[in-house]
Design a protein around this ligand. Structure first.
Ligand SMILES: NC(=O)c1ccc[n+]([C@@H]2O[C@H](COP(=O)([O-])OP(=O)(O)OC[C@H]3O[C@@H](n4cnc5c(N)ncnc54)[C@H](O)[C@@H]3O)[C@@H](O)[C@H]2O)c1
Length: 264
């Protein structure tokens, strides 16, 4: 136990969108916890860099260049990770994109692209890696959604709709695959500084205004999300199924803290 606090040593794990940001943090976290990591991303060189980082730190990893909207490519990636390390019993659905635009004028192509990566990609990966888990006797799915799943977001409505879909996809899988000993849970990050969100924080005053609205008084880091994902992937959460954990420094509990109050 002392050398394996998460119970993840020897587990075979695949993380999608693992070349950057939150996915990279999750992949490095699994590597450090002793798991063998499939580093899946459509950015092949980026995936190779993260896999090399895990190996340089003494861990096991394989880069899986793959677009999560391409069912054949996902099947090939699942085969590759199984050939390298054995059946994959943990999948972290994380690859995501942002395509801002008001719903009144959002082009259909951007709507379709966003749903295809952020929702259909999660379904396709769950279906393919889930088959490997079923054959292996069980597993754990962890889906990265967002606080935007439950809160409409100005000018990124397609993103919120897709994330709400992820929340239901996870609950549906928890129900449908429980008899296969496969759990399915969601992590909802709040404001996390990554490549996806960096341009927002580059604007003057944004960081200060956001920190002021977050009870924990800081912007989150990929490691904040990674630790929660490791818990949901591990046997330490064996009775947690169909759940959602929000990792937002208390932001979504702060509605009443954001309005002017009497001075008492
Ligand atoms: N950063 C935040 O504040 C925040 C908040 C809530 C939720 N999230 C979610 O966390 C996840 C990761 O976001 P991030 O901030 O780390 O973004 P990021 O842009 O840093 O990383 C996303 C990764 O996904 C990969 N990717 C994109 N499309 C892909 C595809 N079709 N196939 C394979 N890989 C693909 C990218 O190459 C990249 O490596 C996303 O699902 C995002 O919606 C982020």
């Amino acid at each position: 136990m002392a050398d394996d606090p998460w119970g993840l040593v020897g587990k075979v794990v695949t993380v999608t969108g693992a070349a950057s940001g939150i996915g990279r943090g999750i992949a490095l976290g699994f590597g450090a916890a002793g798991a063998a990591v499939g580093v899946l991303d459509h950015d092949g060189p980026g995936a190779a860099t993260v896999a090399a980082e895990i190996i340089a730190a003494g861990g096991k990893a394989i880069a899986l260049p793959c677009d999560v909207t391409d069912a054949a490519a996902i099947a090939a990636a699942a085969d590759a990770v199984q050939a390298a390390f054995g059946p994959c019993t943990v999948l972290v659905n994380n690859a995501g994109i942002l395509r801002p635009g008001a719903l009144a004028t959002l082009p259909l192509a951007l709507w379709n692209q966003l749903l295809s990566v952020n929702l259909t990609g999660y379904f396709l990966c769950a279906q393919t890696f889930g088959a490997q888990m079923r054959a292996a006797g069980g597993g754990s799915l962890v889906h990265i959604a967002s606080i935007a799943a439950a809160h409409p977001t100005p000018l990124t409505g397609a993103y919120s709709v897709a994330k709400a879909g992820v929340a239901m996809l996870s609950k549906q899988l928890a129900l449908e695959w429980a008899d296969d000993n496969i759990r399915s849970n969601v992590v909802n990050p709040g404001m996390i500084l990554t490549a996806l969100s960096r341009s927002i924080y580059d604007r003057p005053g944004v960081t200060e205004a956001r920190v002021a609205a977050i009870p924990s008084r800081r912007i989150g880091a990929p490691d904040d999300v990674a630790d929660t994902v490791l818990f949901l992937a591990s046997p330490r959460s064996g009775y947690v199924n169909g759940a959602e954990i929000t990792v937002d420094g208390g932001f979504t509990r702060n509605v009443l803290g954001l309005i002017p109050r009497a001075g008492y």
